[in-house]
Design a protein around this ligand. Sequence first.
Ligand code: 1CP
Length: 381
Amino acid sequence: MTLPTSASPDANPTDAGLAAAAAARRAAPDAPFLVAAAGGTPSRRPVWMMRQAGRSLPEYRELRAGVEMLDSCFRPDLLSEITLQPVRRHDADAAILFSDIVVPLKAAGVAVDIVPGRGPVLEHPVRTPADIAALPTVEPGQLESVVEGIGGVLDELRDDQVLIGFAGAPFTLASYLIEGGPSKNHGITKSLMYSEPQTWHALMERLTPTVITFLRTQLEAGIDALQLFDSWAGFLSLKDYREFVAPYSQRIFDAVRPYGVPMIHFGVNTAELLGEMAAVGPDIIGVDWKTPLDVAAARVTADLRDRGLRVPRAIQGNLDPAVLLAGPEVIAGHVRRICAEGDAAIAAGNATGHIFNLGHGVLPETDPDAITRAFAEVHAL
Ligand code: 1CP
């Protein structure tokens, strides 16, 4: 097992780190996900779904019985098996690593647990300069079980299927740390940001290296692509996102770009932020279900062009997860519409490719057969 060698997270990756990643990564030149991400014509439209691993699957519930959520993220056998379950069942073009955005914090020694039916809960919220100074930064050696689990996934994937690694972006992580758990309006987080900007920036500075190390560790273990989840960034205005969040997310993309894998950036309620979230550096823009893909792509392209940045980019999305609870005809209609909107974005020159996904995660009550049918319908179009 090779562990990352990059000592200073924010510096350029070391040659040894880049070599380790290149050696661990499988050659998958024809994988539809990678072809679509690179602007080519894939053999079929690639599809994966956020939260495809997890509670919608009976085989997941069976495997997790009696095992705490975060414990399962540190058991390589469970990690690989749960990651692979939806890929086998639904013939997905990509696996998403079974982990959680709080895994690097837990690995670093932060007292955090995932409470069933609720989400990540901190024993001590992080709200003061002293709390921030005491927050540990994750070291690659603390993530060995994740590295081992990734190896298990790569051994089993077909070579036209990819493994997507991920991390939570600093804003979304900060919200859990400051609030102490899931939040409806992120009020404590935002009030700290407004009233104590220095404390806010200190927390962002503290979290950024942990996110970089978590991603580099996955890259050096061989992931084929990555997604930075800033799930709750849509609670911010564009101005606040620019000032308080974008510089850190940009540093993260800069720090992992040398590995050369496709990078996705996603958040919910981000219609107003899409251009800015694209400008911080991803290759693929994840869109929630509220903005049609062709409209989103046009907006992103215009914003990037105004700044002299590379256009167009690939686009990912964006079926409303609730549609999967409706009947087969309803699902098929929405799948057709979204594929047409993706094609329209490409035809207009505003996207290089379309990766089908949901606009957010699979709802736990979703019938797995409805998910399988949706995958097949995307592939048939
Ligand atoms: O009881 C259970 O089975 C735990 C439910 C669960 C699962 C399956 C949690 C708790 N996390 C996960 C796995 C997970 N988390 C994955 C891998 C599985 C997959 O996608 O197929 C991923 C990518 C995440 C990432 C994650 N965790 C995000 C970003 C994505 C998103 O949904 O926006 C966020 C915000 C979290 C926090 C979290 N962890 C768990 C829950 C229920 C939540 C959300 C809590 C909240 O609403 O604030």
